[in-house]
Design a protein around this ligand. Structure first.
Ligand code: PRP
Length: 206
């Protein structure tokens, strides 16, 4: 049995559909009610539904052999796992955003609000820009509106949240999408089954 950690929510539904097309799942995740484990004995897979931010933790510790996780979380947490495939789902961009008239003249420490502290730190370190990072749990777009920060580092998908709060993208840090990841030991011992699943996913994606 391959144990696969799926992120709860819309991305999880899309991924489950992809696994279904590849012959690794039946039914619909939304039919699961409050159940967190779904088994497909025939296909040799068992799915766990976990919080998106926890997927890589399950995989790194070997509680799941495989997982689906956003590149944002992989980059932020730097989990010690193999990244096997870009699923081209859950596409968005990690961006710096702020008020449209904001100009960084470099004269003072830049205040940056974000959930993605490590990504923001690495990005500004690469530019040699001194920053003060303010970690928030959500609704990041509020920070510049209330004067808590100058800019934000956050995910932009449709751009609607920025537009509705009079903010614009100032620069793009990296494109984001969902990735198939594997536990390093599991990959050693089950490489046949994992490679087969990966190949079938690639076939469906084509
Ligand atoms: C995410 C992100 C942005 C928004 C971007 O927030 O942090 O706020 O989605 O999407 P858009 O470009 O399509 O508007 P999420 O909904 O996860 O809530 P959060 O504020 O709690 O992070």
């Amino acid at each position: 049995m391959l144990n696969i950690a799926l992120p709860k929510g819309r991305l999880g539904d899309d991924v489950h559909r992809l696994f279904s097309l590849a012959g690794f799942a039946r039914g619909d995740l939304s039919d699961m009610g409050r159940k967190l484990v779904l088994e497909n004995e025939e296909a040799g897979v068992r799915y766990f539904l976990v919080k998106p931010g926890d997927v890589a933790i399950y995989v790194e510790h070997g509680a799941a052999d495989l997982g689906i996780v956003g590149k944002d979380i992989l980059e932020e947490d730097r989990a010690d796992v193999y990244e096997l495939l870009d699923l081209n789902l859950g596409k968005c961009r990690m961006c710096v955003a702020g008020p449209k008239d904001f100009k960084d003249d470099g004269s003072k420490v830049l205040r940056v609000a974000t959930k993605f502290v490590n990504i923001a730190e690495r990005y500004y370190a690469s530019l040699g820009r001194e920053v003060d990072i303010i970690k928030l749990g959500g609704s990041i777009e509020l920070a510049p509106l209330l004067g808590l920060s100058d800019v934000i580092v956050d995910i932009v998908e449709s751009g609607k949240t920025l537009r509705e709060n009079n903010l614009v993208v100032l620069s793009e840090i990296m494109p984001i999408s969902a990735r198939l990841i594997a536990n390093k030991v599991a990959y050693q011992f089950q490489s046949g089954a994992i490679d087969n699943l990966r190949e079938r996913l690639i076939g469906v994606m084509k």
